[in-house]
Ligand binder design. Sequence first.
Ligand SMILES: [Fe+2]
Length: 219
Amino acid sequence: MKTLDLPDCSLPGGNHLDGGILARGLSELARPGRAAVSLPWLDAERLAPLRRSASRLAFRRARPLVGEAEKAVRQDFEITLEVPAGGRLNRFAQSLEAELATALASLTDPPVEPPRLNDIAVQRYAAGSSGISPHRDHLRYRRLVVLLSLSGQARLFVCDDREGRGAEEVSIAPGRLLLMRAPGFAGSDARPFHFLTEVTAARYGLGLRHDRTKEAPIG
Ligand SMILES: [Fe+2]
């Protein structure tokens, strides 16, 4: 299976779920052939303020068509990279970066160096949006791609090619964290094809990535 959904587990009175599930997600993602793993991460109470912060940002319409000919990708969403430093979304990214490092350190054979979540993007899909057609995330994104679903309803599939063959769904229900491979994960250069479709309720998603072009020079 290219995808895996780790099950929901309700912790009585618990807000933040056990970080152990992150280590489990990462080791599942390292299995041969695996491209994406979804895990429960935030409950409704923790999610609401992040969603509110996202909804206050200034979005711009993404270009409806990127790339040419057979490589063309259709996209129907709004996006912003203007996420205030020190704001709630940025603080979430920083804490998740630390939690990823802890989770990776707990594994006997960590599949990847801890990613720096130095690229933050928020996407907004209106209800009825056609989503985004099969594509791979840009080569500059390395190690691990992380997507936190803040609200809405849509379906995300990992597939084998631009035609969407071999599609397997992975959950992007609100509160879930999606981990997807990027080059450098588990000794592979894999960049999984994926697409999002069937947006039946307006969706906000927070994308956190390790952009190698923003890495600080060493020395
Ligand atoms: Fe993508």
